[in-house]
Design a protein around this ligand. Structure first.
Ligand code: ASP
Ligand code: MG
Length: 452
């Protein structure tokens, strides 16, 4: 069970975490869950800002920001616990922050924050939150044990983006975590943090707690991995564009990956790969509405026959049309063309070709002028801004030819600039005017998911 920052934002939120964990134990009394937590919401950002202040030599600003953060933690910790457990928790939290205050002062004197120091600074967020959650569970008479995640998560020394050593980490999970679970204890660890073989603190990269949870879950052969967050799951469409989209009950890993590109920021699919490769379902759940079923990501899709899984859009992209008669039956043209994008470090999203033209979309237009100038050395170039990409995603597209027709029919009368069906045949992509997106998305959504 992984709880993100918003699920542990304050004492009430941590109280909800305790109820959710209790429910889980009641559902499955034989198997105690592992609980992986992020830092309290906003804390990682604040700690990074503290490190930046130290780097600028602003020791006082850094110290006062830390004092504020400590206050926030102490206040929440005090609300969650009582008696001697409270005294112990407050001492633990203060000890983490005392170490941090000393470290940040030193960094402010040196005016230098290496990636290694930055990891030591930000790790305090997860160390403190995990101690607080463990104490809150114990206070509510839920058998729990705090574990320093750095004893379990082994990584390389690529600070701030450390890569876990899965074999070593699994050995340690079996050695340190499994025995506590066998005693019926809920083991609470911070996500995102780890340590090198020399016990130097590392972090896995922003948002890394999901990755930690997937790794611990796969090492310990969990029945499922629950990602508790503040939304109901993955949606059939972006709620800012389509009125009342639905929660997608089940999604394949590949479908989730397609959607993630379109900004379905619920989770980054690559972070759950360790779970998916072991065929452990990953569920996205809302800690504010624990009774909702959420979205389950598995190897296979859950879409019913004749259904898509979701639609997504990416707004405000630019289409570049590149036309050259030299392309006719020539080889090497595409290489030349894409080299230009490579030189200007610009990612291309959709590509369609005809015999004498290639159209691409780009999202990042910072180097558009230079790219167009370079392409003009060998082709005619036209750029069109304020375009958008709509992507219809569904494993069923592979088998059911009628889905494509239904999608195109839903969009009739809306001018489409580019259409492509990806090689995976898991999605159809339409490029159209950005202004047509709300209408087009609503039509598609009605076609496949019914009226709101
Ligand atoms: N606290 C870390 C972050 O904000 C890790 C996480 O939340 O997953 O990036
Ligand atoms: Mg997160």
């Amino acid at each position: 069970m992984k709880f993100g920052g918003t699920s542990v934002a304050d004492a009430d939120a941590i109280g909800r975490v305790a109820s959710i964990v209790r429910r889980q134990i009641q559902l499955d009394p034989e198997e105690a869950p592992v609980v992986v937590v992020s830092a309290l919401s906003g804390v990682t950002d604040r700690l990074i800002a503290v490190a930046r202040a130290a780097e600028d030599g602003q020791g006082d600003a850094a110290a006062s920001a830390l004092a504020e953060l400590l206050d926030r933690h102490v206040e929440i910790a005090a609300r969650l616990t009582s008696g001697s457990a409270q005294a112990e928790l407050l001492a633990d939290v203060r000890r983490e922050f005392d170490g941090l205050i000393g470290l940040v002062q030193a960094l402010a004197v040196l005016r230098e924050v290496s990636p290694r120091s930055l990891d030591a600074v930000v790790a305090v967020g997860e160390l403190a939150s995990s101690r607080m959650v463990a104490a809150a569970l114990l206070e509510r008479r839920i058998p729990a044990a705090w574990m320093d995640a750095r004893r379990v998560m082994r990584t390389d020394a690529e600070h701030t983006v450390a890569v876990p050593d899965l074999i070593d980490t699994c050995d340690r999970a079996l050695e340190h975590v499994a025995p506590l679970l066998a005693q019926g204890k809920v083991v609470v660890l911070g996500g995102f943090i780890g340590a090198t073989a020399n016990n130097i603190t590392t972090t896995l990269g922003r948002g890394g707690s999901d990755y930690s949870a997937a790794i611990f879950g796969s090492c310990l052969d969990a029945d499922e991995i629950q990602i508790w967050t503040d939304v109901d799951g993955m949606l059939t469409a972006d709620p800012r564009v389509v009125a009342q989209p639905r929660v997608v009950p089940r999604l394949s890993f590949a479908e989730a990956s397609e959607l993630a590109y379109f900004g379905a920021k619920v989770l980054h699919p690559s972070t759950i790969l360790p779970a998916v490769s072991k065929n452990i379902p990953v569920r996205i759940l809302n800690s504010h509405r624990p009774d909702n079923p959420g979205t389950t990501i598995t190897r296979e899709t859950g879409a019913l026959d004749g259904q898509l899984s979701a639609i997504a859009c990416k707004r405000d992209v630019t289409v570049i049309d590149i036309t050259s008669t030299r392309m006719l039956m020539a080889h090497g043209f595409l290489r030349r063309l894409f080299e230009v994008f490579e030189r200007f470090k610009t990612a291309v999203d959709v590509v369609t070709t005809s015999e004498v033209s290639v159209s691409v979309t780009v999202d990042d237009t910072r180097r558009l002028e230079a790219i167009a100038d370079n392409l003009r050395n060998f082709a005619d170039v036209a750029c069109e801004r304020e375009m958008a990409i709509i992507c219809a995603v569904g494993e069923n597209l592979r088998m059911d030819a009628t889905l494509f027709g239904r999608a195109v029919t839903a969009l009739e009368r809306i001018p489409l600039r580019l259409v492509s069906q990806a090689a995976s045949r898991r999605n159809i992509t339409f490029v159209l005017r950005d202004a047509d997106v709300p209408h087009a998305m609503t039509r598609l959504h009605e076609q496949f998911f019914g009226r709101a």
